[in-house]
Design a protein around this ligand. Sequence first.
Ligand code: DGI
Ligand code: FE
Ligand code: FE
Ligand code: FE
Length: 187
Amino acid sequence: MNRENLMAAVKEQMPERRWQHTLGVMETSVMLAERFGGDAVKADIAAILHDYCKYWPIEEQAKIIRENGLPQDLLAFDKELWHSHAGAFIAKTQFGIDDEEILDAIRYHTSGRERMTQLDKIVCLADYMEPGRDFPGVDFIRELAKSSLEKALIAGFDSTISFLLSKGKRIYPLTILTRNDLIEEVQ
Ligand code: DGI
Ligand code: FE
Ligand code: FE
Ligand code: FE
């Protein structure tokens, strides 16, 4: 499927404001890839697809995880963590994306993971700081992103973890491992 058709397929899956977010992540991913010497073409494709399953019925997302050997531990944590894994599965099976780097960037865009690839970092950070995002601390993340993917991502995960703490929610352990790993990387 060519890029235009892929974009049309994604747009159909979500409300207009989420499509605008996707356009913002695409633009920001490409900008970060150019800034840090990453693969802008792969970043663009991963960004297009990253939230494909975000608005799918939650039971459908759970079913994809249950029935296709995706990490079962996700099901014990916040439902917001599911669409990224479901999305990577659909990207592969429905859209024939077979580039593991692109699939990983989709798969880990919410939780992060240890030893994130440059593409993982670009898409995850773009998701935090695209122009439509407006949460306390987002301008600080954009400032850090001028010189360091890792420092900006740490600030992003700090903000997510603080948010989850403030809501009394559980935190997916991989998110903590991701933050520890990024801190080690910048030391
Ligand atoms: O899909 P988006 O809204 O664009 O962003 P995302 O895929 O990064 O999802 C972020 C949401 O996931 C955010 O509201 C916090 C929620 N979340 C719930 N539990 C966790 C979590 N995010 C992380 N990183 N780790 C968690 O354990
Ligand atoms: Fe997402
Ligand atoms: Fe995110
Ligand atoms: Fe997103």
